[in-house]
Design a protein around this ligand. Sequence first.
Ligand code: SAM
Length: 251
Amino acid sequence: MTLESLPIASLPEMAEIWQQTLNWQPTDQQQKQFQQLYELIVEGNRQLNLTRITEPDEFWEKHLWDSLRGIAPKQQFISSLSAGVSVIDIGTGAGFPGLPISIIFPNSQITLLDSTRKKINFIDSILSNLSLTNTKTLVGRAEEIGQENKHRQRYDLALIRAVGTASACAEYSLPLVKQGGLAVIYRGSWTQEESKSLKNAANQLGGVIELIEEFTTPFTNSIRHCIYLRKVVNTPIQFPRAVGIPSQKPL
Ligand code: SAM
């Protein structure tokens, strides 16, 4: 399927896919915001190396659908996100998975964190273009932000996609989540070995693996996994460790 000349996400097939896979449909206003987001990212990509996913159908599947699919299996997420919760997207890059969630859940408070200032400056311009007043940005390393009182154990939900190994992602995300909250790690492939090491890492960080979900994407049938970590007790103060350590010496 190619959407070269069509506004993104506006084909009837896509309306059906949203309905079948997420049991939900974007409003006209949200469709318009998806389209604006797409155009702004393609434009921004001319100067900044934001994403290699710029073909319309690929953008729809890998950025819009995939971002929202991560929060789909947990019906209570949807209800609580609609009611309004605090969410942090760690290593957001060009704004994924955080920006589609900001568009869909205007009552939630979203924070988009990245260590690269130029990416965050770009996202600031998107937020203002799309009038997304529920969303703020933060420049910094997850290892440092996770030790700041203002952010540590303050979020109901942490999202993290394509930022490192599962253990590193757990160490970046769980310290930021409140007790009882969730961290969602978005992955491509997944192995039993990863489950074992993640279980051990989560345990040290005050979390447990609540669910590992495998699914396929609707156009290209690519395999994806989302791993849901529940924060059950406070994270010991030594985590996250210093900048670079979670990736160099995974738990
Ligand atoms: N999450 C986005 C996505 O899936 O399209 C971007 C993924 S990109 C491969 C990884 C991003 O994480 C980069 O923008 C990088 O600057 C950021 N990053 C890597 N390590 C980080 C850390 N420790 N703290 C904050 N951001 C980090």
